[in-house]
Design a protein around this ligand. Sequence first.
Ligand code: NDP
Length: 601
Amino acid sequence: MANTTVTPTIDKEAIRQKYLAERDKRLRSDGNAQYLRLEGQLAHYLDDPYTPRVERAARTDHVTFAFIDGGFAGLVTGARLVEAGISDVRIIEKGGDFGGTWYWNRYPGAQCDTASMIYMPLLEETGHMPSEKYAHAPEILAHCHRIGRQYGLYDNALFHTEVSALTWNDTQKHWLIETSRGDAFTASFVGMGTGPLHVPKLPGIEGIQDFAGHSFHTSRWDYAYTGGDPSGAPLEHLADKRVAIIGTGATAVQCVPHLARACKDLFVFQRTPSSVDIRDNEPIDADWFAEIATPGWQQRWLENFTENQAGGRATVDLVNDGWTDLARRIRERIMQLPQDQRTPRQMLAAYEDADYEKMEQIRARAQAIVDDPETGEKLKAWYRQLCKRPCFHDAYLQAFNEPATHLVDTDGQGVERITATGVVVAGQEYPVDCIIYASGFEVGTDWTRRAGFDLVGRDGRRLSTHWSDGMRTRHGTHVHGFPNAFIVQPTQGAQLISNVPHNLTEAGRTIAMIVRKAIDEGSREVEVTAEAEEEWIQLLLTGSGRMIGSPDCTPGYYNNEGQAPGPAARLNVGYPAGPTAYFRYLKEWRDKGDFAGLAFR
Ligand code: NDP
């Protein structure tokens, strides 16, 4: 083990014990059930503050392709279909415009934490140069609108519309789509990109409904109340307000600095601190961009990031950010091991060492930046870096030096109670005018619950039944018994969580090629065979399992709130050989043109 020992000042065993103690104090028996669904009296938290709802006639027509979701998944699939000559595409979206996550998340400071050059899809096709290494939300939302306009996706789109039922008609060979707006139209093909993080949730805190002041969820930011705007204009109405923000995840990390500058008093209620590393954002230089943006540039960047981030052997690092740094450190540690010591156990130990080293740096950063040592101590994250979404920010920790900002650490227990006038922790009430819930989104719930509908496929079989023992697909996209339907998401495919859009663009390209072939050959039905689906499931099960979500972590949505995830979770994995190998495999599969495993009838 001598070669894997990190600097002698790190007492690994003490840290390991500290990690376990911090986890244990947060474990709770109710897991995902601790959160509140926004329904009944809480349904108003879902209201759209951004776009008025426009009345329209219900649709009863037919389209070639219907896509449920107007975020990146729908936009890139729609764009690829249009490029393939299939322009009869209808996107159905519950928001009032395209954008998905970026439609809803307009809180001040919202920003992508993966580099824009790879995170923003179709940059080369649209000719857009991102303004910053990590673009802010308004630019990303505008880019979604740009894609919608460029590919004519607005013409047929249905906004403020939620799908309520999706039923396969085996005689007509089409899907019937029913919605919250009374629509009942048909589509030859359907796509779904409903994403994992789109249903906001509230913490199940006693008394939450009693609060008599103002409150909202970060994904429905109430600028009418706070003043300011999504581009970062000061939140001027908060100057005389006492504001509570509950939650300290990736969202809070981005909006707290804006609140800290604006509020009379800001109380940040913390259950578990985020790890907050350096951001180092910078503007993108137009001359530099013109030089690198040669044909095929974005695909090269995508592939390079994935190779760097996910265990590849790239010799250059084009993106060079916190994600590739994290991967590089792990790789370097492992490479330091003599060849004959590179056993799985030794490699995991080397990985752990790299993690201790990084997390010690991140903890030291909190201590160095925050003036008050006690506050700095409480902002330290005591878990491994991938236990929670790693955060990168250069103003969050600094916000705790603002005189108006007060950290209320709950020692892992969460807020105790909410009263008509404030928030209670450890028996002390903090009176506030407004509570902002930065409490995240439903993750551990069933796919059908989050989507809001169940697919009814061939012979009336429901997707929830087909998946009752876990997700079953080929490539994460095709499901046996559900012809002409495509799911666009990372699981059972590349599972590249550090840059989700890469998964989506590859899926979109593939789907467009499949639909093109079906139409050209006069096939009315495309379906993965039962054998091809099963073969894929067996392949997935040969992998080493999930890289994130260890039960040793503090609870959170990465590890099913610390509860045993059940047997179905073993299928929430990606291609065993990793994302780079998956994308290569997928390209070869589709380039062969026969799409082996799919039956065209
Ligand atoms: P999260 O689920 O990450 O955070 C929710 C927060 O609420 C946690 O800090 C949680 O604490 C806290 N919380 C829950 N219940 C209570 C309670 N009873 N009392 C006090 N605190 C409580 O949601 P976010 O919206 O921050 O982020 C969701 C995801 O969205 C991210 O993980 C990321 O994937 C994505 N995102 C991406 C961004 C980007 O830049 N691309 C930016 C923002 C979000 P605990 O940790 O203890 O559960």
